[in-house]
Each structure stands twice: as structure tokens, then as C-alpha cells.
Ligand binder design. Structure first.
Ligand code: DC
Length: 232
């Protein structure tokens, strides 16, 4: 199995952008675990199902593929639908159902292990639950105000044709999700004890990418050194 890089943190901290760039520079695959929870939520909304056992069934039978930046659900491109306000509003509720989380563990591990060199996974509990033995663990965060500002800017590009919420609404939605994700009983959002915490309120995401890539390269070098020591 390749090397696992876990990037956890709250909504809008820049995890997707950073994970994509880190994965590209290292030649690793990237797994956006939030998209998996969003896909379950989208199906739940479409099928008007919301009981825990119904949600578990959706998670168990999920057929999801990642093709570059696109997410395919049952073969259909749902990349845009996954970011709709309806999904934003409901996803934390779906992600708080313990049976849904358990059901999705296997899929997350399988997607990461499919790549021989390694994988960068971004989410909320990758370093604490999905891969507690990940070789590199990052907890990426920024102030709620800065995260709202970035999400708002991103929305201008990604949601053409939709009614845009105000920046105050975006910040309120982010803070509501932080509270829900951080207070749930199973796998709440928190840094792993051995995670490197990076607050990027005042740093550019490209500096964060450089920092993480050097951390990963240092980890690879130390493993190589240990392997060659044990041969001598
Ligand atoms: O990263 P995101 O905003 O796309 O994540 C959507 C939601 O999914 C988020 O509110 C919490 C949940 N999530 C989770 O509970 N565990 C993960 N590993 C990833 C996301």
C-alpha cells in the first residue's frame, strides 16, 4: 500500500484545493471524502428518504466514481449537484448517522488503497478514524470569516444561474456546520493528537501546499533511510 496523507479540517479551510495540488505534485491519487457524504445526501433528497436505516441502505449501495475533478454517481456527472444549497443544508445531518459512517469506511479505504504510490484524503475524520495510522496528518483551518469569504468567492464561479446567498448567510451556514460536525457523537471534527495543525487565515494556499509536500517528502526520506539501515 502507498503512503496515506490525511487532510482534515472545517468547511471552507481550503482542503480540496490543497489536497488536489499536493496529490498532483506527489503523483498520488486524491479522495474527497466530503463528496461521498454529499452523494449519499443527494440520493436521500431525491428519493425523499431520511430514516437512519434508509440512509444506511443508500450508503451501502452507493456507486461512486471519481474522474479527475468530476464525481459520477451511478455513471452520471453530479459534481455540481453535490454543492447545491439543499445538499449543504442536509449533509451534516446525514453524516452524523453512525451507520452511514460505518458503511462508508470501506469505500474510503478502498479508493485510497487503489493507488500504488499513495493517496491524499481530505475530510473531517480521516486522521482520527478512517486512517488512524496515516503517515502524514494535517489539520487545516482558518477563521470562520476567512472561510466564508473564500466559499463566497468560489460560489460566484461555480453556481452560475443560481440565486446566490449573501456572505453573511454563507458564514452562518459554515458556522452551523462547524457546530454540527464538531459536536456529533461519532467521529466529531477534531485534530488527531499527532496531526500538524496549519492555520492558513493569513497564508496563501500555495505556501500550505509547499509545506505539506515537504512534510511528505521528509517522511518518505526517513522511511527510505530506515529501510536501508535495516538492510545493513
Ligand atoms: O468537505 P465538505 O464540505 O464537502 O463535507 C461535507 C459534509 O460531509 C461536512 O459537513 C461533514 C461531512 N463529512 C464528514 O462528516 N466526514 C468526512 N470525512 C467528510 C465530510
Amino acid at each position: 500500500m502507498g503512503l496515506i496523507v490525511a487532510i482534515d479540517g472545517p468547511a471552507g479551510a481550503g482542503k480540496s484545493t490543497v489536497a488536489r495540488a499536493v496529490a498532483r505534485q506527489l503523483g498520488f491519487t486524491e479522495v474527497n471524502t466530503g463528496a461521498i457524504y454529499r452523494a449519499v445526501t443527494l440520493l436521500a433528497i431525491e428519493q425523499a428518504r431520511e430514516e437512519p436505516d434508509e440512509l444506511q441502505e443508500i450508503a451501502r449501495t452507493l456507486v461512486l466514481q471519481f474522474e479527475g475533478a468530476l464525481v459520477l454517481l451511478d455513471g452520471k456527472d453530479v459534481t455540481r449537484d453535490l454543492r447545491s444549497e439543499a445538499v449543504n443544508k442536509k449533509v451534516s445531518q446525514v453524516a452524523a448517522v453512525p451507520a452511514v459512517r460505518t458503511e462508508l469506511l470501506g469505500l474510503q479505504r478502498q479508493l485510497a488503497r487503489a493507488h500504488p504510490r499513495g493517496a491524499v484524503l481530505e475530510g473531517r475524520d480521516v486522521g482520527t478514524v478512517v486512517f488512524p495510522d496515516a503517515e502524514v496528518k494535517i489539520f487545516l483551518t482558518a477563521s470562520a470569516q476567512e472561510r466564508a469569504r473564500r466559499r463566497y468567492t468560489e460560489m460566484q464561479f461555480k453556481t452560475a444561474g443560481w440565486v446566490l446567498p449573501s456572505i453573511t448567510e454563507v458564514q452562518a451556514s459554515i458556522e452551523r456546520r462547524d457546530a454540527l460536525d464538531g459536536s456529533r457523537v461519532v467521529a466529531p471534527l477534531r485534530p488527531a493528537d499527532d496531526a500538524t495543525v496549519i492555520d492558513n487565515t493569513n497564508t496563501s494556499l500555495s505556501d500550505v501546499v509547499t509545506e505539506i509536500v515537504s512534510l511528505v517528502r521528509a517522511t518518505i526520506s526517513s522511511y527510505d533511510a530506515q529501510r536501508s539501515d535495516s538492510r545493513h
